[in-house]
Write a protein that binds this ligand. Structure first.
Ligand code: FES
Length: 158
């Protein structure tokens, strides 16, 4: 591939007119314009269309601060759903970030999740690694409550 002899110009030019698009629009500028034009609902619907909200169960089936492992998408996406308030939930992937083993939680060790393969531990409230060999925290998945049902967005988990 031939090398481009002229590099892209530096993106430092700014317009003095606030209504004019800058030569190099930033995400902030684009979001502000979308807000001004009333396009935020459209942006939200586009983002929601990309989400894959999946039912994890009825709210009443989740005990406060007690992680419950739920196998979503026909068992392909194991997650921990944790009820942290009346209608507040947190969700973590239950797949170890070291080599992909499905991890466990036990009431006898309530403060962490533990991987049975090599013993990595993850904090129950944050998913952070508290003991390796895993180095990355458990991914947190978006969760919401709709009509008394807990739903998890599994789009980032598959
Ligand atoms: S696969 Fe979980 S610690 Fe290795």
């Amino acid at each position: 591939m031939p090398k481009d002899p002229t590099p892209a110009p530096a993106c430092s030019a700014q317009s003095s007119d606030a209504d004019q698009a800058p030569l190099c629009p930033t995400r902030r500028w684009l979001l502000e314009r979308a807000l001004a034009l009333g396009a935020l609902p459209l942006l939200a619907s586009v983002a929601d269309a990309a989400a894959r909200w999946t039912n994890a169960g009825a709210v009443k089936n989740f005990a406060l601060n007690r992680p419950r492992k739920v196998n979503l998408s026909g068992g392909q996406v194991p997650v921990f759903v944790i009820r942290t308030g009346t209608n507040k939930f947190t969700c973590f992937s239950a797949i170890c970030t070291h080599q992909g083993t499905v991890i466990n939680w036990s009431a006898t060790h309530p403060t962490y999740f533990e991987c049975p393969s090599h013993g990595s531990k993850f904090a129950r409230t944050t998913g952070a690694v508290t003991r390796g060999p895993a180095r990355r925290a458990l991914p947190r998945l978006p969760v919401r409550v709709v009509s008394g049902k807990v739903q998890v967005d599994i789009s980032s988990a598959i």
